[in-house]
Design a binder for this molecule. Sequence first.
Ligand code: G3P
Length: 221
Amino acid sequence: MKIFLDTANFESIQKYLELGVVDGITTNPSLLFKENSDPIDAMKKIVKMVDGPVSLEVVATDFDEIMDESLKLASYGDNVVVKIPMTADGLKAVNALTKKNIKTNVTLIFSANQALLASKAGATYVSPFIGRLDDIGHDGLSLISDIVQIFSGYDFSTQVLVASIRHPIHVIESAKLGADVVTLPPEILQKMIHHTLTDKGLDIFLNDWEKLKKGFPNIGF
Ligand code: G3P
């Protein structure tokens, strides 16, 4: 399973890229708004920082304007994936962009039927938002299970990119269900790194090493 970072924060992107665990980036207008810098410059910079796929979202809602924005976003780099909200005009744009070999990520997916249609239109990725479904009392992970089952049954090539992840258990369960990608806010990735027993165990090792050094003062690697 691939791990993308769901952020437009340059420091976080740099920090986690260096760990070698991040395969790509997803952004959206809300994440860009949080950073409070020129969004076009920010998107161009992120595309250059990362070798893997970077999802950049259109804000147009009618077909011609979606196409215009998509072609501009795609020109920022070969690794750009154009992120398009799940609407009829959006599907039409996905179909047209696929014919031009431009990768797409259909976002704001909340049902298996939406995912099925996005895949048929040619989407490279679909982004079901599981946390937002959980927030309203639905079961986000069961949507992932349904989409994975449908795509694998018909050999669809569209990748299931699990978005709106709220906690590390969402990641484990998505992996167990066979999702292709999870996109994580940096704080969730940070939580995945840590375990209290790891911290405790490291303290014990370091304390014992200090005690050992008392008997062997010249010890060194
Ligand atoms: O990529 C966007 C998606 O992950 C949204 O997450 O937390 O705003 O529901 P959230």
